[in-house]
Write a protein that binds this ligand. Structure first.
Ligand SMILES: Cc1cc2nc3c(=O)[nH]c(=O)nc-3n(C[C@H](O)[C@H](O)[C@H](O)COP(=O)(O)OP(=O)(O)OC[C@H]3O[C@@H](n4cnc5c(N)ncnc54)[C@H](O)[C@@H]3O)c2cc1C
Length: 328
């Protein structure tokens, strides 16, 4: 009896729920993180709106309208949103929240979401729930803690739940099959003098994006120099893979830091992760251990990376990587 009653209350709760997803985009294209956040919002149940704020974000908002399962796309255009600073976006989100009274506010657990949501939550006087990897119910979430070494399930009692969700745990929602309405919302008053966006430099690469690539080849200190990373680029070319690195390789200057995988780098979960000359420190594992298949190449049979690897090759990388590339 109690169970039925709880179930009924649960389903009614879902009916009155509404989620606001905050879109991450470059005005032209939505990030895959946004599509994953939409999938997470669907699992919460209830009505879903997406807020897209930019300078000339027409193309990205047109793509959003087609995403299945959305009721509304709120569009805000203003010079204040140049560079998507957390300060200007927070003002906009607070004003949307005041108007529409959402029960959940969701964004991807990317640099964008990590900068934005704590500020939004603080302004709403609620606790943000970060790095959500599964949704058990509208108020109960599974998240990683201690650099991914422990998994926590928590019930959030705040009236408004502010969540960042891991892209690697929620498949990107398809941008087709939907017909959401589009509503322009006022963006005046969002400008702030707390920060001023000056410029940004984005690294350009013909390779797949590290965070969303299906195959990643990563190198560590075992590579011994930046020049030797060429071995990995050659292998990656054969596999249409992104190239990643350990923090030791980044700190040694072998490769730029946007390649870093791990606790303080990017979180990846490709179909195939090949770790070359990487020992497998917990901070590195925190960024890649959810990969579907892990291959490790290391000359030390005791290296901890072999404990998480599905396939291990104890060998000198300078010998076996060129051989592997040649055979592919
Ligand atoms: C707060 C904090 C955050 C951190 N965040 C991150 C993070 O985000 N990402 C990250 O990666 N690290 C992070 N670290 C650092 C982490 O603890 C390790 O120091 C780092 O991951 C080690 O990198 P590595 O495996 O490349 O180097 P090493 O540990 O030095 O391992 C090199 C490996 O290469 C092998 N090797 C050497 N030569 C060859 C060869 N010829 N052929 C085959 N194998 C060879 C060796 O056997 C060894 O296992 C963090 C640390 C702290 C304290």
């Amino acid at each position: 009896m109690l169970t039925n009653c709880t179930r009924k209350v649960g389903s009614q709760l879902r009916r009155f729920q509404s989620t606001l997803v905050i879109a991450e985009h470059n005005n032209e294209v939505l990030s895959a993180q946004t599509q994953s956040a939409i999938t997470a919002a669907k699992q919460l149940g209830g009505d879903i709106s997406v807020l897209i704020a930019g300078t000339k974000c027409g193309p990205a908002s047109e793509a959003l309208v087609k995403a299945e399962g959305l009721s509304k796309v709120l569009v805000a255009e203003n010079e204040a949103f140049k560079g998507s600073t957390a300060e200007s976006l927070t003002n906009l989100i607070l004003s949307a929240q005041k108007q529409f009274n959402y029960t959940h506010i969701v964004a991807g657990a990317s640099a964008f979401g990590k900068a934005l949501l704590p500020r939004v939550a603080a302004k709403l006087d609620v606790s943000p729930v970060s790095d959500v990897i599964a949704i058990k119910s509208p108020d109960t979430f599974v998240r990683t803690i201690y650099a991914g070494n422990a998994i926590q399930t928590l019930t959030a009692k705040d009236a408004i739940k502010v969540l960042s969700v891991r892209g690697t745990s929620f498949a990107p929602a398809a941008l087709e099959g939907g017909s959401a309405s589009s509503e322009v919302i006022a963006a005046d008053g969002c400008a702030t003098d707390l920060t001023v966006f000056v410029s940004q430099e984005l690294s350009k690469s013909d390779r797949p994006e590290l965070a969303s690539a299906k195959v990643v080849v990563s190198g560590g200190r075992g590579l011994k120099s930046g020049d030797n990373f060429k071995l990995l680029y050659d292998l990656a070319d054969k596999l249409n893979a992104a190239v990643g690195a350990s923090r030791a390789a980044v700190d040694a200057g072998y490769v730029p830091n946007d390649l870093q995988v791990g606790q303080t780098g990017k979180i990846v979960a490709p179909d195939l992760y090949i770790a070359v000359g990487i020992s497998g420190a917990i901070q590195h594992l925190a960024g890649m251990k959810d990969s579907k298949t892990i291959v490790a190449i290391n000359k030390d049979a005791e290296a901890p990376i072999f404990q998480v690897a599905d396939f291990g090759l104890v060998a000198d990388l300078f010998k076996v990587v060129p051989e592997l590339t040649q055979k592919l």
